[in-house]
Design a protein. Structure first.
Length: 301
């Protein structure tokens, strides 16, 4: 496995181009120690294969892997799992540029067999560390001869406790609403609804590890923060306007996920049904969808 370190005096991130240009670990330096903001999946005790992975050419799930676009029906593989998380996370990407603090990798679907998407596409992933900021950029091009639906996103996992077991972690984010999940399958069963109190973190509050939820939110403002008050560390999110949705996964494990994405779960079927604000882009041949996700790491909170 070829894992590439990007680092400065404040941040250290490990990226694996051979496995979807995924992040394998993220650390921040404080008090002569490197603290794991994301789980280091290179450690044998972890159950994850990536600390953060990329979702392209769509985010999250498509119900039964089936959808209709411009009056034509398509069936993806792995429909029993709702064709979850796109088709790049396990594939090797090409290194375009690599420096001490930056990495750029590219992916062209025509160079691979059995890519689970009806249109050829190209993608570029960029990472850089500068000061206390980890910058991430994603670009997706339609390389086919007809229009295609498109989406993308990031799926980062974060460590609940940095300094001791049971350490509290606080979460703040602002959204307009949450999609109902009446069938408990992460497929929206209706239009976004007002937030229940337990999921309303607009003012910031502790994230309860015993309160499981896996929710897709609409109307994300692109900001937010994760704070470990005892460790005195905060990660501030700064996403470009294309990231209109946010997925929060809060399992009873020592990790949780906060995922800025451009489209809703099952967004391409929402688009076909005429639902507003699905976030799905329609790319004409040669057109590009691009988004940015920066994490500002404050170590003096």
């Amino acid at each position: 496995m070829t894992v590439i370190p990007l680092e400065n005096q404040i941040l250290r991130v490990y990226v694996d181009p051979e496995q979807g240009t995924s992040i394998k670990g993220l650390y921040a330096h404080k008090n002569d120690a490197w603290l794991p903001l994301m789980p280091d999946v290179r450690e044998p005790k972890t159950r994850l294969d990536a600390s953060s992975f990329l979702m392209i050419p769509y985010s999250n799930r498509i119900k039964d892997g089936a959808f209709t676009f411009q009056e034509q029906t398509y069936q993806l593989e792995h429909g029993e799992r709702h064709a979850i998380h796109g088709d790049v996370r396990e594939r090797a990407w090409k290194i375009d540029h690599w420096g001490v603090t930056e990495l750029c990798c590219t992916f062209n679907s025509v160079e691979y067999e059995n890519v689970n998407w009806p249109w050829p596409f190209e993608a570029r992933a960029e990472y850089s560390v500068e000061g206390n900021i980890l910058s991430q950029r994603l670009s997706l091009w339609n390389r086919g001869e007809s229009a295609m639906p498109a989406g993308l996103g990031w799926h980062p996992f974060f460590t609940r406790a940095l300094t001791r077991e049971g350490e509290p972690v606080h979460l703040q984010f602002t959204v307009a609403g949450v999609y109902p999940d009446a069938h408990d399958n992460r497929i929206p069963s209706g239009l976004p609804q007002p937030l229940p109190a337990r999921q309303d973190h607009s003012a910031g509050k502790q994230l309860d590890p015993d309160d499981f939820w896996d929710a897709c939110f609409q109307g994300y403002d692109g900001k937010g923060a994760i704070t470990w008050p005892e460790a005195g560390i905060r990660i501030r999110f700064d996403c470009s306007p294309e990231c209109t949705h946010l997925v929060v996964y809060n399992p009873p494990f020592p990790i949780f996920a906060i995922e800025p994405v451009t489209n809703a779960n099952n967004g391409v079927n929402q688009l076909a049904a005429g639902w507003p604000d699905s976030g799905v882009a329609v790319l004409e041949p040669g057109e590009c969808l691009a988004a940015r996700f920066d994490m500002h790491v404050d170590t003096d909170v």
